[in-house]
Design a protein around this ligand. Structure first.
Ligand code: PAF
Length: 309
């Protein structure tokens, strides 16, 4: 496959050796390589990553791989949406040059036992609920970086702790790649786009908007300090669902269904941008995780502490 054949066409490769040859051809044509590694079920948030990655004349490589190593027992590995046909169509529409779709055996050949450990931050926030998650994420991302050899890699800020840990891994392990974060894309009602939103029932979907609403309320309280931020966000998360006026039987049963869809908040924390303790003033990050039925949602925003909006 020559570099000119690749330009403007979508090549889909599943063998690491074919990927290496295709990337070498792109580089031989003088193009930088920018990389976006989602797990699939591409949505507008992923498309935004690709758009940013396409800046300049860089070649864009997307990998699509549902990484078993980052799912714990009882998590949603089996039901994680696999939508390769529409994912490839989205990549073609967005002008991606190369899609890498390895099988599990190509990524984790029999006998592979080495993993990348995230350090103490990997056991906090998400890591408290998902103890092996970030080792799984960092291991697959390190392997993908070695296979794709990108100049830049793009990750969504929606998975903020993941972004911080990947950036730290690249720095700590001297990986020659620039890791860039891309702001979260949201539905009109504020819900952060996520492949997992499709699991929500209509009632849960309605209640889910309380997460971004809580984060907005927290950010608005930033000038009054950390306690005020957590109090404002916590109040929105705990709020009773809005009452309908007076009530047909179906409105009442709808209301009680919404009530039973209450989010079970796993954490609401304010940290500094590197996820250390929150500063007294300056930039901070407010992060939330909640379970709605069997679906976990996470979200976060930047908060300016001690500064009026
Ligand atoms: O964010 C994701 O989709 C995954 O965690 C990642 C970074 C692709 C690793 O499998």
């Amino acid at each position: 496959m020559t570099a000119t054949q690749l330009r403007g066409q979508l090549a889909v490769l599943s063998e690491p050796a074919d990927l290496a040859a295709a990337v070498a051809a792109l580089r031989a044509a003088g193009r930088a390589v920018h990389f976006v590694p989602p797990m699939g079920a591409l949505h507008a948030g992923h498309r935004e990553l690709v758009r940013q990655a396409r800046a300049g004349d860089a070649a864009t490589v997307v990998s699509i791989f549902v990484n078993p190593l980052q799912f714990g027992p009882g998590e949603d590995l089996d039901r994680y949406p696999r939508t390769l046909v529409s994912d490839l169509a989205a990549c073609a529409e967005e002008g991606v040059d190369l899609v890498f779709t390895p099988g599990v055996d190509a990524m984790y050949p029999a006998g592979a036992t080495t993993t990348v450990q995230p350090g103490p931050l990997g056991a906090e926030l998400e890591g408290r609920v998902r103890p092996a998650h970030f080792a799984g994420v960092l291991t697959v991302v390190a392997k993908l970086f070695n296979m794709v050899t990108p100049d830049r890699a793009y990750f969504g800020e929606k998975d903020y702790q993941q972004l911080v840990l990947i950036r730290r891994m690249a720095r700590d392990l001297d990986m020659p790649v620039e890791v860039l974060g891309v702001p979260t894309i949201r539905e009109p009602d504020g819900l952060a786009l996520s492949s997992r939103n499709r699991y929500l029932s209509p009632d849960q979907r309605q209640v889910a908007t309380r997460l971004p609403a809580a984060l907005r309320a927290g950010a608005r309280a930033g000038r009054d300090g950390a306690d005020a931020v957590l109090a404002a966000a916590g109040a929105v998360l705990a709020a009773e669902p809005a009452r309908n006026e007076r009530h047909s039987r179906s409105a009442l049963s709808h209301e009680s269904a919404v009530r039973t869809a209450e989010p079970a908040v796993e954490y609401l924390e304010l940290r500094d941008p590197e996820l250390g303790p929150a500063p007294a003033a300056g930039e901070a990050r407010l992060l939330v995780a909640a379970r709605l039925g069997t679906t976990r949602l996470i979200d976060n925003v930047s908060v300016a502490l001690g500064v009026g909006e």
